[in-house]
Each structure stands twice: as structure tokens, then as C-alpha cells.
Design a protein around this ligand. Structure first.
Ligand code: AMP
Length: 305
């Protein structure tokens, strides 16, 4: 089963305590694709400017990312500049230049419209809604967002909430969107507005998945060195959606397994700049890391009286 994703395809300039990268491949759509493609075919919808080094996307195409929905338009590509200080959980955005995304109207290729799994990665909620208008009854639609859009496109985001099955966002975004400090209350606020599942990511502290009646928690993999957290959230979403599409099973138990696959892919993303960490993995390494998650949370159920 394939996954259709719309999201930013960007040039990122990132500074972390461990180094700098200038104008490297980035964007929510790019990180998502680089992660999900290890499990299932991906169809990427987005736009780049005529200054984009499209040839650098070839490794993604080689791994099964269909770029037929990635337009090239006259103008500048989306650029994001961010910095992480010692708290690697929160990025400080220094600059966001939407470039060709300002005038972009997504046109989903005919062959993509019946994609059973759809991910609306972090991008203008207006574009996320336009994509939804063009797809035919997907089995699962999930979305992501960030502070930039929560501030500037709140009404559209609320409309989007009513049309998705699942949302992924980090703890700060959940608090900002819901104006609730408590994450359980924040999740409930979101669940009341449409999605049946809410995944709240807490960076190095793991991720929660909430439904109306259940809560599941997955830790983050305890990495000894985190190099660049950029893209961890999108890589999480790629692992999560890729696993669901590959297994085509929307039971609660399988969604929990998908959270673990998401956490595993997020952990690979942060080991290198840009999509390097995600391009270096294969099915065997993913399997091994998922097994480590199992060991990480295993404990003896027998309690002493
Ligand atoms: P994350 O997974 O949250 O670390 O996402 C990082 C990616 O989000 C970077 O590669 C950026 O290019 C991209 N990004 C940053 N700001 C925005 C925005 N306002 N809209 C869409 N994508 C963005």
C-alpha cells in the first residue's frame, strides 16, 4: 500500500552545538519520504524553485519515492534556518522563507488520488485542505503542524482537525494549539475536535498516543550522541505511516507497533545532518532498533507480595 504525502521540500541551514550545515536537503515532505520509503512506496507532492538541486533527490527516487507530484516553479525554493542550543528538544527558527510555496496550488496526479494512506506533513493548512479535497476516500489521513501555522492559520487548522483521523505534534505545539498546559487535557481537547488518535511527541522523552479511551507511551531510543534533531518529527511520522501502509492494519495493537517504528526512525534521523541518517539505514538496521525498543521497555510483571 502506498503513502501520499504533501509537505515542504526545503533547503535548510542548521546550527547545532556540534556543527553547521548550509542549504542542505530538508523539509517536512522530504524527511517524511526519506523515512517512509524504507517500508512502502511513497508519492511526494510539493514544489521546489528553479534553484533547487533536484538531482540530490535521486537517492529518494531510487528508494521508491515517486516524484511525479513534485513541481518545479520559477522562483526561490522554501528555505528554513534554525538553531538548536544545548536543549536539543526545541528548535529556534531564525528564518522561514516560503518562496514558491506562497503561490503553490497542489495538483494531485490522477494516479495518486486513490492512495489509501495520506499524510499532510507540516505545511500551510490551506494546502493540506486542498490535498484532502482531491483524494478519494483514503483508509487513514494523518496530519502534522507547527507553531508557525498555529499562529497564522488557526481557523484553517481547526477545520483540518475535523477532517483527519490522526494528528502528530510535539508537546509545545499541543500546548499552543489547545491553550492547555496539561498534555492529557490537551489531547482530550484535540480528540473532541475530530481526530480519533492524537500522537504527542516529547523529543528525547518519547511519545504518547491518545484515543478517547486509551493511552500508549513509547520511550525515545537513548542515543549516546544526537547530532541534529531537525526532521525527527517527520521521520517519526514516516516510520509510523510507512509501517501502517505496509501492514494495512488499523487495529489499536498495530497502531502501537507503528508508534515504535516511528520512534525508531526518529532516532536514526537525529544521528546526522539532513536526511543522511535516514539514507544510511536498511530493513535489518530498522528491525534491530525495533528489537532494542522491545528490550528497553521489557520488565518482569510478577510483583512481590
Ligand atoms: P521537524 O521534524 O519538526 O524537525 O521538521 C523540520 C523540517 O521542517 C525542516 O526540514 C524545515 O525545512 C521544515 N519547516 C520548518 N518550518 C516550516 C514551516 N513553517 N512549514 C513547513 N515546513 C517547515
Amino acid at each position: 500500500m502506498s503513502v501520499l504525502v504533501v509537505g515542504s521540500v526545503a533547503l535548510d541551514s542548521v546550527e547545532t552545538p556540534f556543527g553547521k550545515a548550509d542549504e542542505v536537503l530538508g523539509g517536512s515532505g522530504t524527511f517524511f519520504s526519506a523515512s517512509a520509503c524504507h517500508q512502502t512506496p511513497v508519492q511526494l507532492v510539493g514544489v521546489v524553485g528553479d534553484d533547487y538541486p533536484r538531482e540530490k533527490l535521486q537517492p529518494l527516487a531510487d528508494r521508491g519515492v515517486d516524484l511525479a507530484g513534485l513541481e518545479t516553479a520559477a522562483g526561490a525554493s522554501f528555505r528554513w534556518r534554525g538553531r538548536y542550543r544545548h536543549d536539543l528538544n526545541s528548535a529556534e527558527t531564525l528564518e522561514t522563507h516560503l518562496g514558491v510555496f506562497s503561490n503553490f496550488r497542489p495538483k494531485i496526479p490522477e494516479a495518486f488520488r486513490s492512495a489509501p494512506y495520506v499524510f499532510l506533513a507540516n505545511i500551510d493548512p490551506r494546502l493540506q485542505l486542498e490535498v484532502l479535497d482531491q483524494v478519494e476516500r483514503p483508509r487513514l489521513v494523518a496530519c502534522d503542524t507547527m507553531n508557525f501555522w498555529i499562529e497564522s492559520r488557526r481557523p484553517e487548522l481547526l477545520e483540518l482537525l475535523g477532517r483527519v483521523d490522526l494528528i502528530t505534534l510535539n508537546d509545545a505545539e499541543a500546548r499552543q494549539l489547545t491553550e492547555r498546559a496539561n498534555l492529557v487535557q490537551a489531547a482530550r481537547w484535540i480528540l473532541e475536535r475530530g481526530p480519533k488518535h492524537v500522537v504527542i511527541k516529547k523529543g528525547e522523552h518519547g511519545a504518547f498516543m491518545f484515543t478517547k479511551d486509551t493511552v500508549f507511551f513509547a520511550p525515545a531510543y537513548p542515543l549516546e550522541s544526537v547530532f541534529d534533531p531537525t526532521g525527527a518529527g517527520d521521520a517519526f511520522a514516516g516510520g509510523f505511516m510507512g509501517y501502517l501502509a505496509r501492514t494495512d492494519d488499523l487495529s489499536e495493537a498495530n497502531l502501537r507497533r507503528a508508534v515504535i517504528y516511528g520512534s525508531a526512525m526518529g532516532s536514526f534521523a537525529v544521528e546526522q545532518f539532513s536526511i543522511g541518517g535516514l539514507m544510511d539505514v536498511d530493513a535489518e538496521k530498522i528491525r534491530a532498533r525495533v528489537d532494542e525498543f522491545r528490550r528497553l521497555v521489557a520488565f518482569d510483571e510478577e510483583l512481590l507480595a
